[in-house]
Design a protein around this ligand. Structure first.
Ligand code: AMP
Ligand code: MG
Length: 325
């Protein structure tokens, strides 16, 4: 359903009645449920085939509503002022009095909260007037959806309503930052860069470059296409399709011919989907600089590399990347 005022009103009513609604955010499409309704939250896990214990991010319309769910310290308040609404998730001590369903936090004493800036997500959350738990709207372990059609194709009737707000702007998931320990800890690289976080609050602890972020439920293999990947490839081999970045003559798809990391993040999942359906033996990926949004891109690529299935596929290559980036 198109994300008109009528569509948003209907989606809000669905959420308040315990049904599941997929909606666009600036990062990727989310699969939302009333975070205070244990049955609805349970259906999110079922729809995604997500293992129990993998906590969900709660979305709210305002920082005040987010901090009613998770307790804010001065660092959280500063980050909220600087980056909300936007693609930053804060992991904070859970305030138990709001009645968040246990499955949302996996029984933890911390909770992940975010205020999205996509106008459709914002309008929907204002209308629901409840915290909405919303993981990415993809089957567990698959690529996150950046268009409404990806959700319809992969989750189908498990979702009561898909709000279509067009392709998402950022294209990779939110940055997840834990503020429950001594020092801010990066759990997942994402739409807000570490450089920007550090400019606002000083040093942030990060896992080593080869060690993916360690949020619970963040498997080392995740975000996977079915075709195997080969990363940091300067050139494709004869049986490979090539995902380029910057000047990359002969690239099957190019994340950003001009080497723009924001454009590359926006194109990442959709081009991996296109290359995945090309029927190649392998997807070779050009090196991506490991700074700013490149950190989030490389994190997703490393997970996709680990999670991809067996080599193989039909002999004839399908045409892909018809849409210019
Ligand atoms: P997604 O389901 O794709 O939106 O991803 C949600 C991410 O947030 C996962 O990587 C979770 O591990 C992380 N997350 C959610 N809640 C918590 C929490 N209480 N503590 C730590 N990480 C969390
Ligand atoms: Mg996800």
């Amino acid at each position: 359903m198109l994300a008109t005022a009528v569509g948003i009103r209907q989606a809000a009513a669905h959420l308040r009645n315990g049904r599941l609604v997929a909606f666009p955010t600036e990062t990727v499409y989310g699969l939302g449920a009333d975070a205070t309704n244990a049955d609805a939250v349970g259906r999110v896990f079922q729809a995604k085939n997500r293992p129990a214990g993998h906590p969900l991010i709660i979305h709210t319309a305002s920082a005040a509503a987010a901090f009613a769910v998770g307790a804010a310290d001065p660092t959280a308040a500063r980050l909220a002022e600087r980056f909300w609404p936007g693609p930053l998730t804060l992991v904070l001590p859970l305030r138990s009095e709001v009645g968040i369903a246990d499955a949302v936090t996996g029984g933890r004493s911390t909770v992940a909260v975010r205020v999205p800036r996509h106008p459709v997500a914002a309008a929907l959350l204002r209308a629901v007037r409840r915290p909405v738990a919303a993981p990415s709207a993809n089957p567990h372990g698959r690529l996150s959806p950046t268009e409404a059609q990806h959700v319809r194709d992969e989750l189908g009737p498990a979702v009561d309503l898909v709000l279509d707000g067009g392709p998402t702007e950022i294209g990779v998931e939110s940055t997840v930052l834990e503020l429950a320990g001594d020092r801010p800890l990066l759990l997942r690289a994402g739409g807000i860069t570490v450089e920007d976080l550090e400019a606002a609050i000083g040093p942030v602890d990060e896992p080593g470059a080869d060690e993916p972020a360690r949020a619970p439920g963040m498997l080392r293999q995740h975000y996977a296409p079915r075709t195997p990947l080969r990363l940091d490839a300067d050139d494709p081999l004869p049986d490979e399709v090539y995902l380029g970045f910057g000047a990359a003559p002969g690239a099957t798809c190019n994340l950003s011919p001009t080497g723009d990391l924001e454009e590359a993040a926006r194109n990442l999942f959709v081009m991996l989907r296109q290359l995945d359906s090309a029927g190649a033996r392998r997807i070779a990926v050009a090196p991506i600089p490991d700074h700013h949004l490149g950190k989030a891109i490389n994190d997703r690529l490393r997970r996709a590399e680990r999670g991809a299935a067996s080599p193989g596929g039909p002999a004839s290559l399908q045409t892909v990347c018809e849409r210019p980036s």
